[in-house]
Design a protein. Sequence first.
Length: 221
Amino acid sequence: METFSKLTGIAAPLPLQNVDTDMIIPKQFLKTTERTGLGAGLFYDLRHDENDKKIADFVLHRPPYDQACILICGHNFGCGSSREHAPWALLDFGIRCLIATGFADIFFNNCFKNGILPIVLSQETVDLLMREAENGTSLTIDLPRQVISKESGDNGDKDSFAPITFDVDPFRKQCLIEGLDDIALTLKKQAAISTFEQDNQRRYPWLWQSSKITAKTEIET
């Protein structure tokens, strides 16, 4: 997956509470296992009317938010079913960071596994960032330093707000910085896995012979 170190871009405000995964990506878009193209279905029922026409004033249809890479969310974002298509859709749209007072556990974990950084902050801090987002502010998320900042003079403001620090699990942080998903993490141990297999095959050759026979039989069948 793509590495995540420092992210600078527009933050879009979505002050809705308890946004579930069906709102993030409705069920009709779950027929594919491909991770591309799902951005078109992101928040589909919020972005379109009953005739499938775009709702022009929905936040992600309006500049500059149509180019947003950060989303300021309401509490309990990502609740509902555990569909992994939800982070896939966000990522395909271009969202790399989510900020809220809390996320549903499974969705929270899925975000890290797909290269999205979910940040949990206090209600007061989220309210501050929501106001900044409503003003079209560009934010910088510095993951190595664990800091959120705004450039001085952004959108005519004279001063930037004080840098906001956030917590993140050290292991998950390193995985994001290095761009390591579960498969990549396993492949980092490839040398150790090969050494184990070679030693195991030497010590218990009959186990490996049995596996080869079974595999050969299945192919012939």
